[in-house]
Design a protein around this ligand. Structure first.
Ligand SMILES: Nc1ncnc2c1ncn2[C@@H]1O[C@H](COP(=O)(O)OP(=O)(O)O)[C@@H](O)[C@H]1O
Ligand SMILES: [Mg+2]
Length: 467
């Protein structure tokens, strides 16, 4: 596991109070390690300091659980993935390109805008004296372009006139020595949405109205840092799922998935959104390395609402990464077709087709455990069964259903599912087995997990028309 450790006492050393806000506490790291160990993994801790690459030169590992933010540089979050990519070591989460991009809020906004995803109108100041775009409407918010965890964001960051704007821009320049992002401040609901695999988790709403006495009214640094401190009146109310009608919630989840894919995030991300009072959701940023503290971070709250304990969440992230790396390996070896990720809810009303390849003859006709997730809201996968495997080079048909079916004979022909992954690639011993599932209507399939004998379970998506 690669990480950067939050050390108490930095502020006293004369460094800015928020200098290591993005880093993780020993408690967070400890809980992630517990989750990994409970998943049967042996864990080594590697702090992402300047000489961390040396460790990987002498220690071969199967997979890196990466939460490292990086210590310095414009693209610091991408440095651990870049080193691991160069060494060919698999790791969880997004690759170096995505991490570098997402750290740059303005670049992210350019990508979102080009994909038609609403994001607040903005201007990037490369110099504190640059002229203000007159089209921007006050109030504006002033933020460092390449920080996270609300670093450099205070209640004074929201400004109502040009004099205060100039003052804030100069302050950010001086303190963070980087470009300054100025955005229209969106009045409305604060929402954040996690993506796990290719599924949007239930929307989390953060209501700051109980914090009025503190003077804070959005996710400023003080609000994030002291969240939950009732004495400081910094206890926002959390609602997960958010208090939104179902249609709006789905719209927000879909928008989040688009933002996740626009940045090519992998395995996990969290998108921060402001829902304006006229119903338009504005994406503020995409976080491919969301906080994973079981108590203090928002991602685990959403995962919990979807039925994932913290332990299970950590293991799921590992499984997703294994899935990706196996899929890449299989694609490189020509075993499977390129995936099509499909996350639109749909109705399955016909047989599901399974094609099992590389399956030893003894395994060719058996019942496979599968999981189905019901649309539209994400729920825990429902166990089901898929029957009638096929031998290599042939295709066989069966039916899939949930919940509680005991055999293929009792399976109804129609089920509602939300597609998450389209097949399972299981590696046990030195055999490789693939199960692809698809429907005639959409050419998509279902989730397959928990293969009993498997050492690892993973999935790939595949579009397949059944004639
Ligand atoms: N344009 C905006 N309109 C309204 N609130 C904003 C805007 N930009 C930032 N905020 C507030 O500041 C918080 C932190 O901003 P964000 O861009 O997400 O930076 P960070 O990477 O530090 O989390 C947001 O969660 C939100 O509460
Ligand atoms: Mg944010």
């Amino acid at each position: 596991m690669t990480y950067n450790l939050k050390r108490a006492g930095f502020a006293q050393d004369g460094l800015p109070v928020d200098v290591d806000s993005e880093f993780d506490s020993p408690k967070t790291i400890d809980r992630i390690v517990q989750g990994l160990k409970a998943g049967g993994h042996t864990v080594y801790l590697v702090e992402a300091t300047h000489d961390f690459p040396r460790w990987f030169l002498t220690h071969p590992v199967d997979m890196v659980f990466n939460i490292a933010e990086g210590i310095h540089g414009e693209h610091r979050e991408s440095q651990v993935p870049a080193v691991l990519e160069s060494l060919g070591v698999p790791f969880t989460g997004s690759n170096s390109v995505t991490l570098a991009l997402a750290l740059d809020k303005a670049k992210t906004k350019q990508i979102l805008a080009s994909e038609g995803i609403p994001t607040p109108a903005w201007q990037l100041f490369h110099s504190p004296t640059a002229a203000l775009n007159p089209q921007l409407e006050f109030p504006l918010i002033v933020k460092p372009n390449r920080e996270g965890s609300a670093k450099g964001i205070w209640r004074e960051s929201v400004v109502g006139d040009e004099a205060s704007l100039r003052c804030q821009i100069a302050h950010i320049y001086d303190r963070y020595q980087q470009e300054v992002l100025v955005e229209e401040f969106i009045q409305g609901l604060e929402l954040t949405v996690g993506v796990l695999g290719d599924t949007a988790l239930p929307v989390l709403e953060i209501d700051f109205s109980p914090c009025r006495a503190s003077g804070e009214y959005f996710y400023s640094w003080r609000m994030k840092e002291f969240q939950g401190n009732a004495e400081l009146a910094l206890s926002p109310e959390f609602y997960c799922p958010a208090r939104l009608d179902q249609k709006t919630a789905i719209r927000i989840q879909e928008l989040t998935l688009r933002a996740h894919h626009a940045l090519r995030c992998q395995d996990i991300s969290r998108t921060d959104i402001r829902l304006r009072s006229d119903g338009i959701p504005f994406v503020l940023e995409v976080n491919p390395l969301p906080g994973l503290d079981p108590l203090d971070s928002n991602f685990p709250v959403m995962a919990r609402a979807a039925g994932f304990s913290h332990e299970r969440l950590i293991q799921r992230i590992v499984d997703l990464a294994i899935c990706r790396f196996q899929k890449t390996r299989l694609q490189q070896s020509g075993c499977i077709n390129p995936p099509v990720v499909q996350s639109t809810p749909f109705k399955v009303s016909a047989n599901v087709c399974a094609e099992a390849c590389c399956l030893p003859p003894a395994e060719a006709s058996r019942v496979f455990p599968v999981s189905i997730s019901r649309a539209p809201a994400y729920q825990q996968p429902v166990p089901g069964l898929f029957s009638r495997g096929a031998s290599r080079d042939s295709t066989d048909r069966g039916e899939i259903s949930a919940p509680n079916i005991r055999s293929i004979e009792s399976a109804p022909l129609s089920i509602d599912v939300e597609v998450q992954r389209m097949s399972s690639v299981v590696r046990g011993d030195d055999r490789q087995r693939c199960i692809h599932m698809a429907t005639p209507q959409l050419g998509v399939s279902t989730v397959s997990t928990d293969y009993p004998e498997a050492q690892t379970t993973s999935g790939v998506a595949r579009r397949e028309d059944i004639s």
